[in-house]
Design a protein around this ligand. Structure first.
Ligand code: HEM
Length: 215
């Protein structure tokens, strides 16, 4: 039987391709979208990470979720610095949450409260993606919109405390392989991961509509 890290990656591969090639993502990468779209995306990410990282404090002591609560991954402070740079000191008052973003954040918050294994599925979908494809987005943003390399505006994509992302991803996959969940529960985690991808795609769809891009 394949290790769980392989099962979850394989099960979400198709949806990963959809997210990667969505109109919004490709628009950011091919130059059809500009700094304002990137800023709107960063705002939505703040809402998502607020839900992911401000969950109940006892999640850290939960036998399933606990091993995944890793301070070196935390993104909220970096997002706040980015938004202060992108929007200015009043970024919070100006932030408009899209309906799809609200739905995504509510789902994460619900899992954080009542279903730690579901929260882990969301954790995997975001952080492993940020450590991988996120770097492509950062590179594009730095070159296209003149951010200082790894500086304000793109700090979300910079994991200062993870000097070796490949080694980190290996240890993360080990955590997934040894997660305290039986087979049926692992199956539900895979379903939640697919749901997490769909929620991301929904957010990209609304952002694409806002900026009038289509594939
Ligand atoms: C421009 C968009 C994107 C690009 C170019 C991209 C690219 C990549 C690449 C190259 C990997 C493989 C890294 C490796 O094997 O170490 C990866 C993995 C991953 N990506 Fe993306 N990605 C993008 C968007 C997304 C989005 C929107 C999500 C979900 C929110 C996501 C979630 C993931 C996850 C969970 C993995 C880890 C798969 C695994 O090894 O288990 N990616 N991405």
């Amino acid at each position: 039987m394949d290790p769980f890290s392989t099962v979850i990656r394989t099960a979400s591969r198709q949806q990963h391709t959809e997210a990667e090639t969505s109109a919004f993502m490709s628009g950011l990468l091919d130059g059809r979208l500009g700094r304002e779209a990137f800023t709107r995306y960063t705002e939505q990410l703040w809402v998502v990470y607020e839900a992911l990282e401000s969950g109940p404090p006892d999640l850290a002591r939960d036998p399933v979720a606990g091993p995944f609560v890793r301070p070196e991954l935390m993104r909220l402070a970096a997002l706040e610095r980015d938004l202060a740079h992108l929007r200015g000191p009043d970024w919070r008052a100006a932030l408009r949450t899209l309906p799809a973003t609200r739905a995504y954040a509510d789902r994460i918050a619900g899992c954080a409260r009542t279903w730690p294994a579901g929260w882990v599925a969301h954790h995997y979908t975001r952080y492993l993606g940020d450590l991988s494809g996120g770097q492509v987005v950062r590179d594009r943003a730095e070159r296209a919109w003149g951010f200082v390399r790894k500086g304000d505006g793109v700090r979300f994509y910079v994991f200062d405390r993870i000097p070796n992302p490949a080694a980190f991803k290996r240890s993360y996959r080990h955590l997934l392989d040894t997660v305290r969940a039986d087979e049926p529960e692992r199956g539900r985690m895979v379903d939640e991961c697919r749901r997490a991808f769909a929620l991301n795609t929904g957010m990209f769809r609304e952002l694409a509509e806002e900026f009038g891009v289509s594939t």
